[in-house]
Design a protein around this ligand. Structure first.
Ligand code: PXG
Length: 460
């Protein structure tokens, strides 16, 4: 593989990018002042190369999505073939395409029995918008139009469209585009490291779940439509709930007839060592949101799975659902997603994640002796490292997020993509990572931590 691609003029791309590309989640003033983008050019396995020829271990699998790793020719081949056979047709007005229907059947086959119907979208955000419209309409159809309130968590991330950003628990996002929409509520996230104090994680997990009951009672149990949560909160910093959390959430939702939506955009398709995060954390959702790992990021696609007990009434009483995107169930994206799931099955990648999990956890735990590491945690192949000023008291450095950014920058400059969620460093590597590559990743994490420590030592 070429180390530096010969067919690009890097300087011109950077110049054009600064001149014309309005990037998502980017402070453009700072971005331009710092010289613009790092241009990624090619990738293979767990490695990605930039335009300067730097080889970087991708500890984030793209953006929590390239689970089967880079350079899978099989996916390129099915996309090429599908584009030749039928590059596009819509799925409205009583039509479908072969890969779309086959994908719906396949997704249903890896979910529990009750999930038989799949609605397609193009991203996680659109999938969550779809689910919110479905839920609110469902309760109207059921003669309970007052059940419209949706409860989610602070720092939950569900996407960037207006509805998805309201589901999410980031005040900075709510502040852009208007105030929080009516009917969206956020309770405390089950984040033992920050909020658990002297309680055991199990005690704290119960307490955090009981926040839901309080919120339901405050809103009036008959007014609550659904509880919405990621099995573990990814973009919040890989917040792994204590074992008591989800069973208690489920008990509460059952008691008040509140639906549970599992946002499996990050956890789905194997990340936690089971096909879905709800299997790992022990709860039974009514609706499941998927994207990212569904196609391993090779094509944009999202999907919502609905339990038959909802679908039965929705179809019987609903008439037409006035909702759908032109590219919903796009044949090329569907063909690629289908092949991706086949690869996960054939290569037993979910089992592989479960097998690698203890090795990955031990690698992370080996960092616990580091002077600025407060905690490490992981499940499957997703993990976090808390940067602390004081390991014992879990006190953070001032201006939360500053030191995480320093660490992230050292990390990429050393050859590892590691994400900073404030001062929590997170890793979510491709499932095909080897033990040797895990060793290399942990070595690079330590190097980034050492360099960060050297920068902030004087503050301790
Ligand atoms: N749900 C979850 C749990 C997600 O993590 C979405 C929904 C939205 O998916 P789309 O495809 O609309 O982006 C996500 C996306 C980050 C980061 O910085 C995380 C996401 C997206 C962008 C940035 O960690 N997660």
């Amino acid at each position: 593989m070429n180390v530096v691609p010969k067919n690009i003029n890097l300087e011109e791309i950077v110049k054009a990018d600064i001149a014309h590309h309005f990037h998502p989640f980017t402070d453009h003033k700072a971005f331009h002042a710092n010289g613009g983008p790092r241009v990624m050019t090619h990738a293979d396995g767990v490695y990605i190369w930039d335009g300067k020829g730097n080889k970087i271990l991708d500890g984030m699998a793209g953006l929590w999505c390239v689970n089967i790793g880079y350079g899978r020719k099989e996916l390129a081949e099915v996309a090429y073939k599908q584009m030749q056979d039928l590059p596009f047709y819509n799925t409205f007005f009583k039509t479908t395409t072969v890969p779309t229907t086959m994908l719906a059947e396949k997704i249903s086959s890896v979910l529990p029995e009750r999930f038989k119907h799949i609605f397609f979208a193009n991203s996680g955000s659109e999938t969550n918008d779809t689910i919110v419209r479905f839920i609110r309409h469902y309760w109207k159809l059921m003669g309970k139009p007052y059940r419209q309130h949706i409860i989610a968590r602070r720092r939950g991330y569900h996407g960037s469209t207006w509805v998805a950003s309201n589901l999410g628990g980031f005040p900075a996002m709510h502040g852009q585009g208007g105030d929080l929409l009516p009917g969206f509520h956020h309770i405390q996230q089950p984040y033992w490291y920050d909020f658990g104090g002297d309680k055991t994680p199990e005690e704290f997990g119960l307490e955090a779940a009981q926040e839901l009951e309080k919120k339901i009672l405050e809103l009036g149990p008959d007014n609550v439509a659904a509880f919405y949560g990621e099995p573990l909160q990814g973009a919040a910093g890989v917040l792994i709930p204590p074992s008591t959390y989800w069973p208690e959430i489920q008990r509460i939702c059952k008691k008040y007839g509140v639906l549970i939506v599992a946002d499996e955009v990050i956890c789905g398709f194997g990340r936690t060592g089971n096909w879905f995060g709800f299997e790992t954390f022990g709860f039974d959702p009514d609706i499941v949101a998927m994207a990212k790992g569904l196609s391993s990021g090779y094509q944009p696609i999202g999907a919502a799975a609905f339990s038959e007990h909802l679908i039965k009434d929705f179809f019987a009483k609903g008439g037409e659902f006035y909702h759908g995107m032109t590219y919903a169930g796009h044949p090329v994206c569907s063909a690629v997603a289908l092949k991706n799931i086949e690869i996960i099955e054939d290569e037993k990648l979910v089992e592989r994640v479960a097998e690698l999990a203890p090795y990955f956890a031990a690698g992370l735990a080996s960092l616990n002796d580091h002077p600025i590491v407060g905690e490490t945690r992981s499940v499957g192949l997703i993990g976090a490292i808390e940067i602390a000023k004081n390991k014992k008291t879990r006190e953070r450095f001032h201006d939360c997020g500053r030191v995480g950014t320093i660490c992230r920058d050292h990390s990429i400059n050393n050859g590892l993509i590691m994400r900073a969620c404030w001062d929590t460093m997170v890793l979510s590597p491709p499932f095909i990572i080897s033990k040797k590559e895990i060793d290399e990743m942990i070595r690079l994490v330590r190097l980034a931590l050492d360099k960060t420590y050297a920068d902030v030592k004087a503050e301790m």
